[in-house]
Design a protein around this ligand. Sequence first.
Ligand SMILES: [Ca+2]
Ligand SMILES: [Ca+2]
Length: 237
Amino acid sequence: MFQRMLRTAAICTMAASAIAFASSANALTLDGLVSDLGSAQATDAVLPTSGEGGAGPNAVMDLSGIYAAEDSGTINLALTIAADIGATNWGKYKIFIQTNNGGTGSTTDPWGRAIACGGGFSPQYCLSCWVDSGGGFNYHHWNGSSWDSLGSGATFAISGAGNGGQGGVEWALTRSSLGTPSTIQIQGTCTGGGGGDNGQDAVPSQANATDWGTVTTLSTPTSAITVPVGVSGFTIE
Ligand SMILES: [Ca+2]
Ligand SMILES: [Ca+2]
């Protein structure tokens, strides 16, 4: 009973944060579905007949939400896309992550796409994925002068259209792989298959691309999201 009371107290403390994860008591499933991740941290408009991405428009370039949840040291991050990304799978999806651990972040994209970060958003981590050929992802860390590819610390899943007809990409990160931050700020974008393609849409929202080449500067990340210490760390002797 005492342990249960402590867990309850910890959860109540987290709920007091301005933006909090869904709950550290929930088990999270890495499946590309966001139903276990609580409310979206931010949403972006969906254009149901044409999609977004000013260069198209293309439905697979129409982001609709960004999600974050934490469970005992694992942080799940996800994007939803207003299309069946299993049926049309050329899109690439990214989440940039700025932690509060200090150190200068990056203003560049680790793939060298026409994507920059600015306006005070200088992330230290970037998740980038593709959903064709079975899907896959990269997990990059800014070392102060260039992007390193992290060989561990993250896993990945795709749902073609399982989020009420929308696609989803979801990563599970160890909190330690992010340097054990107490808060993070995130922003997602999407791009195409060309090496010089820019960011077509963004969530949290900002102006959409109107072509495929003009550099997209991500500058409207979420507010600081509190990353709670996993309550499973409590032990009662
Ligand atoms: Ca999930
Ligand atoms: Ca959108």
